[in-house]
Design a binder for this molecule. Structure first.
Ligand code: GLN
Length: 215
């Protein structure tokens, strides 16, 4: 049986996650109402704007039910803004910004700075076999601090790291301050990436999440 995985569909790149989840072997459904949570085996929080999604979660009366579902063990994958929504602590949050929490990390919003606030790279990711994952960073956060129960799955490349010469390989990001930053984490059934794997046509991160949901 295919697991049923929701994609929070209040704002952000919902369609891309639905498509990637289907490729990864799940049945993907969009979620806008609290009553829709009960049918889910897992949920994706897409990229977009975390402050906007936070406000919409409260308007749609999803904030508290979702927080409770995460606390009760619902597997959730958060990408970019979704990572921010899962984080227990946020640096650079707006004054009234709240998060769902659950992931014992401190994230820094818009961490990669103005000049490189959007770039494409590739990252080696623990749990994702088959070589580096193409990764789009769009005004992305990084994980500044991770608690003891958090497994670091990926970091940005260090300066001078070799780039695989695969066809279509994308240039390595990460020189200076941006290098070696934590950009993918897992804590139990919670998974989060700073980057968007759903827009690069590679479903391996979603396959990892589907495997976590099936566990
Ligand atoms: N910078 C955005 C935020 O703070 C996240 C960007 C994204 O999801 N691509 O929510």
């Amino acid at each position: 049986m295919k697991p049923v995985i929701g994609v929070l569909a209040l704002q952000g790149d919902v369609r891309e996650h639905v498509a990637a989840l289907e490729v990864a072997g799940a049945r993907a459904v969009t979620v806008r109402r609290p009553t829709e949570l009960a049918a889910l085996d897992g949920l994706v929080l897409p990229g977009g704007e975390s402050t906007t999604i936070d406000k919409l979660l409260r308007i749609f009366e999803l904030f508290d039910p979702l927080r409770a579902a995460i606390a009760a063990g619902l597997p959730v994958y958060g990408s970019c803004a979704g990572m921010i929504l899962l984080a227990d602590r946020v640096l650079g949050a707006t004054h009234d910004q709240q998060t769902l929490g659950g992931l014992d990390v401190t994230v820094r919003r818009n961490a990669f700075g103005r000049q490189v606030d959007s770039f494409e790279s590739s990252v080696e990711m623990t749990g994702v076999p088959g070589g580096p994952v193409p990764a789009a960073f769009i005004r992305a956060p990084w994980v500044e601090q991770a608690g003891p129960g958090v497994q670091v799955l990926a970091r940005t490349r260090h300066r001078g790291a070799s780039v695989p010469a695969a066809p279509g390989a994308v240039p390595a990001a990460g020189a200076g301050e941006d290098a070696g930053r934590i950009v993918a984490v897992r804590q139990g059934t919670l998974l989060a990436t700073s980057f968007h794997p759903e827009i690069t046509g590679d479903a391996r991160v979603h396959e990892l999440f589907v495997a976590i949901v099936k566990e």
